[in-house]
Design a protein around this ligand. Structure first.
Ligand code: ZN
Length: 96
């Protein structure tokens, strides 16, 4: 028999699994929310969120995701940009 903790764990797993119904619904909901947030930023604040242009040879993982900065990235772990707010500090270390 499944206990509460197991059920919660399973639900959390399903939520993140796009092959399940609730996973798909969750993803859709997240995307909708992110889109609303982007619309809000654009129309109310005049901010157009766009990923930074990458100079050739630059690893996107060393660049902070613009959408993440505004809390509206839907790509999560699959995003090619970094979701680590400290990344800019890490990358811009003083040259030796
Ligand atoms: Zn992102």
């Amino acid at each position: 028999m499944l206990c509460q903790a197991d059920l919660a764990k399973q639900r959390a797993k399903d939520l993140l699994d796009p092959t399940t119904d609730i996973g798909r619904a969750h993803l859709k909901e997240q995307k909708k929310k992110a889109q609303e947030e982007l619309d809000f930023l654009l129309h109310k604040k005049g901010i157009k969120v766009k990923q930074p242009e990458l100079p050739e040879g630059v690893d996107p993982k060393t660049v902070l995701c613009e959408f993440f900065k505004w809390n509206c990235c839907t790509k999560g772990d699959k995003c090619k940009f970094s979701h680590d707010k400290a990344i800019e500090k890490k990358v811009r270390q003083p040259q030796p």
